[in-house]
Design a protein around this ligand. Sequence first.
Ligand code: 5GP
Length: 311
Amino acid sequence: MERPLPDTTTTTTPTPPEVDRVAASRAAVAARRARATVKADVASGARSPLDVLRVAYEEPEGVEGRIRVPEFLTSIPAIGATKSTRIMTELAIATSKRLGGLGRLQRRRLRDFVADWVADHGGTGDRLVVLAGPTAVGKGTVASYIRRHHPDVRLSVSATTRPPRPGEVEGEHYFFVDDASFDRMIEAGELLEWATVHNAFRYGTPRRPVEAAIAAGNSVLLEIDIQGARSVRRAMPEATLVFLLPPSWDELVRRLVGRGTESPAEQQRRLETARVELAAVEEFDHRVVNHDVGEAAQKVVDLMRPRKGRR
Ligand code: 5GP
């Protein structure tokens, strides 16, 4: 006997139980509210749009990541619907896109655009600027240049357990402390961030001078390693992170191994470290290429100046 074929022409979607639907709609309302709060904070200036982008890129499915690009752009003061459409066309981003759904290049284009926009339209310089970059890129040299040529820039003086090098002055280049003192500073919460650098000595940023300078309306520059930059970002999300890049990979290799004093194994280890460190560039707000120390220093200092009329 022939059995009837199952009917495949009509399929019924099972209705979710009432309790699930209520929960889902509550969650949707809460998510919409959370997104509205983010946009309101950007609109009022309470939150930097760069910080929103950073969180959206880190957590594409989080509150920030689920905001649509046009909604994000129009929450930035002085960007209206027309401007937002033009900007999206220029950046080649479809209006339906959410921040978390952007491709790698779109992310970068949007971030660069927002960084420039904030730079041109903000009223004051960035309060806390962190200069970091891979080993041997020359951030110490850029910081020394700033110390000599821009005496008005406040450079944070770190504490370190490393002994002083010839010519280094206590309280100017570093506060040189022993291990016990460094432990005490950590325990007392006196450090904004700290890290063990090159598996050797510990370095940390004293918290109080940074907070006092910012409270007084001044800007502060920190020249620290990449781990430290990440910690500052966690502790103070409004900080601006600047990544110093070498002119090319070959040039970095030359600077790393050029002296010829390290064994081939040590050279290899350093190159590997530099490769990993270079990948961190994506986490930073600005990139400055160190072709020329004076020019690189100027670009960093520019970020700390009041914005109007800035290049
Ligand atoms: P140096 O011993 O050559 O002066 O510095 C070594 C490394 O320590 C550099 O990469 C420098 O950026 C980093 N550094 C200096 N001060 C601090 C600090 O306060 N915190 C962190 N995390 N790194 C620092």
